[in-house]
Design a protein around this ligand. Structure first.
Ligand SMILES: Cc1cc2nc3c(=O)[nH]c(=O)nc-3n(C[C@H](O)[C@H](O)[C@H](O)COP(=O)(O)OP(=O)(O)OC[C@H]3O[C@@H](n4cnc5c(N)ncnc54)[C@H](O)[C@@H]3O)c2cc1C
Length: 388
């Protein structure tokens, strides 16, 4: 369930490597807009078409049966998924990769009814397109306020790559007097030194990051007047407010009782099998992946482990060795990408960091450009692995 990164890679691995398994994919949207490329679109580095993918080629070229409907509920006792149409679908094993839901109640004054006034652009193509439209309409000298999310959330460096890409788009349009203020409930963020160094050199004076020890709390927002009130200051008449709220596993997982008190699905580290239901495997942003970040790379790595574990479980195949990896590349400016690459191992029944490398401050322009090219190659491979 879920035709995003985790669901598609798991489905394709099962269908290709174990043809005797019948694989059905349930996805509610006709088009997948890849979040993991959304910031590059917002920066104007790639087009909306380049981040939009249909399932047509997958359906034509693989034995996977696609059900284009919303899964309404999971009946774990009967091992059935009920669809929005009312039809029920039986499963032997269910792979659950529905991503995250936004916590609309996490910012006072904001909510689903205001997401067009203060877009999140953290889920769904419509929101991503809206944020880009709104950004392009900001006039020179305008102030943009970005509310960053608390941990854990999809893509740890994502909000800061977004801010970089916003600054890139503004400067490319000659709007050098705009300001972007990031209000962050966290004391620090992923690859902070690298981002701050890049902001200083590419966009001097344009981006200001403030953590909650300074602004205290977000007391309220008023979407109708684009106002953000913090314990310390009030930002009135902002040109744009981008609210990236707190997140939890998608409703289908929560409603089926597959999450713990964190709001995410606990899993057995060696297999991605749910700790709550042994017939279900939970992947990607919706799961508690130990030390792994919620990234597309991680979801894909987890999906391969789950597919192998299901083959062992259903077909008695010898257990595969499980290795987990993630690489997060972040674009600070065109041709200036930084990266955090990590490998994970099983320790004390948890997925724990085994080794990592991260870009260094002051690196050469050639190295940063090579990172960007590496990211584009990885993107192309991932998209091909998912949709063809
Ligand atoms: C702005 C942004 C930038 C990012 N940048 C990067 C990056 O540079 N690199 C990186 O590695 N990661 C990045 N990520 C994170 C990456 O996109 C996610 O980690 C990844 O997509 C997770 O895969 P997933 O399978 O868990 O969920 P998703 O890819 O979100 O897929 C979930 C799918 O489930 C479907 N679904 C949900 N509920 C139902 C239901 N009830 N019935 C049917 N279908 C359902 C949804 O429609 C969706 O297609 C970024 C994320 C964001 C938001």
């Amino acid at each position: 369930m879920g035709g995003g990164v985790g669901g598609l890679i798991a489905a394709k691995n099962l269908a290709q490597l174990h043809p005797s398994v019948d694989v059905t994919l349930i996805e509610k949207s006709p088009t997948y807009v890849s979040n993991f490329n959304a910031n590059l679109y917002i920066g104007g580095l790639i087009t909306f078409d380049e981040i939009s993918h249909t399932y047509d080629q997958l359906v034509a070229s693989s034995p996977i049966k696609l059900i284009r409907q919303r899964a309404a509920a999971i009946d774990r006792k009967k091992k059935q998924v009920s669809l929005a149409s009312g039809e029920a679908l039986a499963y032997d094993r269910l792979v659950l990769s529905p991503g995250v839901d936004l916590r609309y109640d996490s910012i006072p004054g904001w909510g689903a009814e205001f997401e067009d006034l203060m877009p999140h652009a953290w889920k769904g193509g419509r929101q991503i397109a809206l944020l880009k439209l709104r950004l392009d309409a900001v006039e020179d000298g305008g102030t943009i306020v970005v509310l960053a999310p608390p941990n854990p959330y999809a893509c740890p460096p994502g909000p800061y790559e977004r801010v970089s890409m916003m600054a890139h788009a503004l400067r490319a349009a000659g709007k050098r007097n705009c300001k972007i203020i990031v209000l962050d409930p966290k004391e620090s963020f992923s690859m902070q030194g690298l981002f701050e160094e890049g902001w200083e050199s590419h966009y001097p004076g344009m981006i200001q990051w403030i953590d909650a020890s300074i602004y205290e709390t977000i007391q309220s927002v008023d979407p109708k007047t684009n106002t953000v009130v913090t314990g310390f200051d009030t930002y009135r008449n902002a040109a744009l407010v981008n609210v990236i709220p707190a997140q939890v596993a998608a409703a289908i997982a929560r409603d089926a009782g597959l999450v713990d008190e964190t709001g995410y699905c606990p899993i057995e580290a060696a297999t991605m099998r749910s700790m709550i239901d042994p017939d279900i495997y939970a992947l990607g942003d919706a799961c508690l992946g130990g030390d792994m970040p919620k990234s597309a790379y991680a979801a894909s790595s987890q999906a391969k482990v789950a597919a192998a574990a299901i083959a062992t479980d259903l077909l008695g195949k010898p257990p595969a060795s499980n290795s987990y990896e993630s690489v997060c590349w972040s674009e600070i400016e065109r041709d200036d990408a930084v990266k955090y690459a990590s490998r994970y191992e099983l320790r004390d029944a948890e997925i724990r960091l085994a080794a990592s490398t991260v870009s260094q401050m002051g690196e050469t322009a050639e190295l940063r450009k090579a990172n960007q090219q590496e990211k584009f190659r990885w993107n192309q491979t991932l998209v091909a692995d998912m949709f063809s």
